[in-house]
Design a protein around this ligand. Structure first.
Ligand code: NAD
Ligand code: TYD
Length: 379
């Protein structure tokens, strides 16, 4: 009945839900199986609009459950895997690194081994199969904020794609950089990336890895900077800015990441790595000011009225200074480009959170709220 069956792991999370939505809507001839453990970060409300589609199925399962995953692959005749399930928040990884090693490293290994076991049992083996692992730019470590001629950042620079953009340093993350993760989160993602490549090099598994910059947009759990701060501004709660707010992140609208995943899943070359990012570097403090102005304006408050919510707190341990992705390879080889300008994406995102307070209240209630309180009570 279906041309192919793809498991998307972590499909109830932030990015995963956008990938599931895109695939379910765009490919009615594919069966999409969303495999998710539903941790605090997974929420099936994220997929209400597509949950009744005939080509969608949800399975509550832990990626570490080797037998369960293997059985599911056999039952569903799975030929593609897009792997997003992970523990994803740096601050949590600092408090609890074991969970990150378990899910991100052991879980990825378990999933690889299940796919290998199933695909090797078929007459055609790896032919027509694909194991696509979603990773992060954080595995590359941190970049400096320097200019060869001592010019103060940000400055205009030309990407190897030929386009001009603002940058806070002269170096960028390229696919050939060595891995230098600093946080338990990025170390666990680096470990999982190494296992994925090892499965290609050792067993010939058809793998692809992509490393994307920070995502923002609807359905992001409000412990990450952008949704947390939008919600706090709305409720006039303090905005805990780590250190001096000078750290730089490279932001991409989540739907553009999902679009890249679609293109790479279908057209990417096996065993390759692609960086995903939109050359969009921002200092945290500058983003925070944009958020305050936007929330204030949309709520009919005087723009900037809530600047006094900015509260500088103790810096995050091992806080990476700057991330900046060079996605030239993806743009040049596969023709992907971000569809949204940042200003447009932020406006849409702030509107979404303000219009969906029930979603925010739901995910920030109960157990999560206790964690949130313990994290910030003493700051
Ligand atoms: P998220 O925390 O919002 O969602 C993670 C999802 O994985 C949740 O639905 C959760 O229930 C599920 N999950 C966790 N452990 C599981 C397990 N053991 N078995 C099955 N499901 C499990 O994360 P996100 O921000 O959507 O990130 C998705 C992926 O993209 C991650 O691999 C992350 O490393 C990567 N990534 C994220 C960003 C970003 O800015 N958020 C940037 C680049 C890469
Ligand atoms: P975050 O959204 O946690 O993403 P990541 O750590 O993966 O980049 O944080 C983005 C930036 O915002 C990062 O430099 C840390 C900073 N930050 C704060 O200053 N305060 C906060 O409360 C949070 C959650 C993040």
């Amino acid at each position: 009945m279906f041309d192919r069956t793809i498991i998307i792991t972590g499909g109830a999370g932030f990015i995963g839900s956008h990938v599931v939505r895109l695939f379910v809507n765009k490919y009615p001839n594919y069966k999409i199986v969303n495999l998710d453990k539903l941790t605090y970060a997974g929420n099936l409300d994220n997929l209400k609009d597509i949950e009744d589609k005939p080509n969608y199925k949800f399975v509550k399962m832990d990626i570490c459950d080797f037998e369960g995953v293997l059985k599911l692959m056999q039952q569903e005749h799975v030929d593609g895997i897009i792997h997003l399930a992970a523990e994803s928040h740096v601050d949590r990884s600092i408090k609890d690194p074991f969970t990150f090693a378990q899910t991100n490293v052991m879980g990825t290994l378990s999933l690889l081994q299940a796919a290998k076991t199933y695909w090797e049992s078929l007459p055609e083996k790896f032919e027509g199969k694909r194991f696509y692992h979603i990773s992060t730019d954080e595995v590359y470590g941190a970049l400096q904020m320097t200019h060869p001629e001592g010019i103060e950042p940000p400055f205009t620079t030309k990407a190897s794609s030929g386009k001009h953009h603002l940058a806070y340093g002269e170096k960028f993350f390229t696919e050939d950089l060595k891995y230098q993760p600093h946080s338990p989160y990025s170390a666990s993602k680096a470990g999982s990336d190494h296992f994925v490549r090892a499965f290609h090099d050792t067993y010939g598994m058809p793998t692809i890895v992509t490393n994307c910059s920070n995502n923002y947009g609807p359905y992001q759990f409000p412990e990450k900077l952008i949704p947390l701060f939008i919600n706090n501004i709305r409720h006039r709660k303090p905005l805990p800015v780590y250190g001096k707010g000078e750290n730089v992140r490279d932001w991409l609208y989540v739907v553009d990441h999902a679009r890249a995943i679609d293109i790479i899943f279908h057209k990417g070359t096996i065993a390759e790595t692609y960086n995903i990012g939109g050359f969009n570097e921002w200092k945290n403090i500058d983003i925070i000011k944009v958020l305050i102005n936007t929330v204030d304006r949309l709520l009919g408050r005087p723009e900037g009225a809530d600047m006094d919510l900015i509260t500088y707190v103790t810096d995050r341990a091992g806080h990476d200074l700057r991330y900046a992705i060079d996605s030239t390879k993806l743009q040049r080889e596969l023709g992907w480009e971000p569809s949204l300008q940042f200003e447009e994406g932020i406006e849409k995102t702030v509107k979404w959170y303000l219009d969906n307070q029930a979603w925010v209240d739901n995910v920030t209630s109960g157990e999560y709220q206790k964690y949130y309180d313990s994290m910030y009570r003493n700051r």
